[in-house]
Design a protein around this ligand. Structure first.
Ligand SMILES: Cc1cc2nc3c(=O)[nH]c(=O)nc-3n(C[C@H](O)[C@H](O)[C@H](O)COP(=O)(O)OP(=O)(O)OC[C@H]3O[C@@H](n4cnc5c(N)ncnc54)[C@H](O)[C@@H]3O)c2cc1C
Ligand code: SF4
Ligand code: SF4
Ligand code: SF4
Length: 400
């Protein structure tokens, strides 16, 4: 009976779903484990050993290192776009450019009352906002999304696909030669890793219960107190005896974010990432952490991006939007100093397995919070204090 290599990779599977979309017999299903992470399951009875799944899979085989054409710092010249983005608003500008030419954009959006994150396709500006901003939970990509990307390119439309490096590698594996078309532009984000979808959906339910009304929207990179001291903002639905409103937890105080940044809730594949600097993406985007120290003359209070153009196509796309940005040259080393996740996988929390066992065995959020404190690092404490100070200052200005 056929036994494709994807059946043997176990924890190396990053859950991108490319194999399932590529299988001509439709015999690979994506199934969630107790943490909500999806893994591929092959029906051996239906498999014809064609190898399409292995060719698409980012976790199998050697990957060539992305070549750097240009590295830049950049931020949108629109403060409205900066407010709506996690970093310097580069994704929004690239997306608007593609949409203005009748193209399609594919990225991660919340679903099911913010409990889940899925990749979706949009072809208009109104739909774009849902794709913007980082959602720190694994996004799933269904077969219909893979096919939607392929069909749009085949019909002559430009497509911008954005996601984590493994998702870009999976999409490129699925598209094969079509992925080299000038119509296809891929963007990967510098990736720390992706947390458990099960933990996230339980956390959202808990936030709803704690506040007294359901969560309607989440901004995990709220910049009200600045880009460096961002907060997580939960917008609640107004209900009968509740006016709704926004609940905000500053950087380093939100328990879910503490679990994420302590590397306790990440997927196993993220501990030995198969796609860092080798996704084949045209552009890599990230926060340019540390930029404020090397470029104090530039106002980066609302965010600044590190932009790595890995291909000529990527460089052309960045140049097409650069008149709408403030930007300048930099080096790969400068980006890596504040952002080691660009090239290295993170070290897991020393008790990650125990924490994830607790999540998978169904512990409630209050029980998890009581047992797992995830104490902040010194850097996080300083950022938290800075953020609280800024909020106080803002209040005083309002009173004045
Ligand atoms: C899980 C995750 C971890 C990250 N880790 C780092 C890091 O360690 N260092 C760093 O510098 N930057 C990291 N980033 C990237 C950073 O947060 C910004 O997304 C990036 O700088 C782009 O910002 P922007 O202002 O250009 O656009 P934004 O409008 O903020 O664009 C966000 C983009 O990310 C995509 N996206 C959002 N959530 C997900 C998701 N769950 N899965 C896949 N794609 C998603 C959206 O589709 C969109 O394309 C991470 C992002 C994610 C999603
Ligand atoms: S080898 Fe071919 S038929 Fe078998 S699971 Fe992989 S893609 Fe499907
Ligand atoms: S293609 Fe993606 S989902 Fe399928 S086995 Fe490989 S890593 Fe896992
Ligand atoms: S760290 Fe690597 S494996 Fe994990 S989500 Fe990011 S790109 Fe994928």
């Amino acid at each position: 009976m056929p036994n494709p290599v994807i059946c043997t990779i176990s924890d190396a599977c990053c859950g991108c779903g490319a194999c399932s979309a590529a299988c001509p017999k439709g015999c690979i299903s994506m199934e969630r484990n107790g943490l909500g992470f999806s893994f591929s399951i092959v029906d051996p009875e239906a498999c014809i050993a064609c190898g399409a799944c292995e060719r698409a899979c980012p976790a199998i085989g050697e990957r060539s290192v992305d070549q750097l054409q240009l590295v830049s710092w950049a931020k949108s010249d629109s403060s409205e776009l900066l407010d709506r983005s996690s970093s310097g608003g580069m994704f929004g500008l690239l997306a608007r450019n593609v949409l203005s030419e009748g193209g399609v954009v594919c990225g991660a959006a919340f679903d099911d009352g913010c409990r889940m994150v899925h990749h979706v396709l949009v072809d208009n500006e109104a739909g774009l906002d849902a794709l913007m901003r980082s959602k720190y939970v694994q996004s799933s990509i269904g077969k219909e999304v893979y096919r939607g990307v392929r069909n749009a390119i085949r019909s002559g439309r430009r497509v911008l696909f954005a996601g984590t490096a493994c998702q870009v590698a999976g999409m490129r594996g699925y598209l094969g030669k079509l992925g080299e078309s000038d119509l296809f532009l891929s963007v990967d984000v510098i990736c720390h890793g992706v947390p458990s979808p099960e933990l996230w959906s339980r956390w959202i339910d808990y936030r709803g219960e704690a506040f007294g009304s359901d969560v309607r929207d989440v901004n995990m990179r709220n910049k009200t107190t600045g880009w460096l001291s961002y907060s997580t903002a939960y917008k609640h639905v107004a209900e009968k005896d509740n006016a709704g409103g926004i609940e905000s937890q500053v950087y380093g105080e939100d328990w879910y974010m503490k679990a994420f940044l302590s590397n306790a809730s990440l997927r196993s594949s993220c501990l030995a990432c198969p796609a860092k600097r080798s996704s084949g993406s045209d552009i890599t985007l990230g926060d340019f952490w540390g930029f404020q120290n090397t470029h104090p003359e530039v106002d980066c209070s609302k965010g600044v991006s590190a932009v790595l153009c890995n291909t000529e196509k990527g460089e052309r796309a960045f140049k097409a939007i650069s008149r709408l940005t403030v930007n300048g040259p930099t080096t790969l080393d400068e980006v890596i100093v504040g952002n080691p996740s660009l090239i290295s996988s993170v070290c897991p929390h020393p008790k990650r397995d125990e924490f994830l066992n607790d999540v998978a065995s169904g512990s409630s959020i209050p029980d998890l919070m009581a047992k797992w404190k995830f104490r902040q690092s010194l850097r996080q404490r300083v950022r938290g204090k800075l953020s609280a100070f800024k909020r106080r200052l803002k209040k005083l200005q309002i009173l004045d």
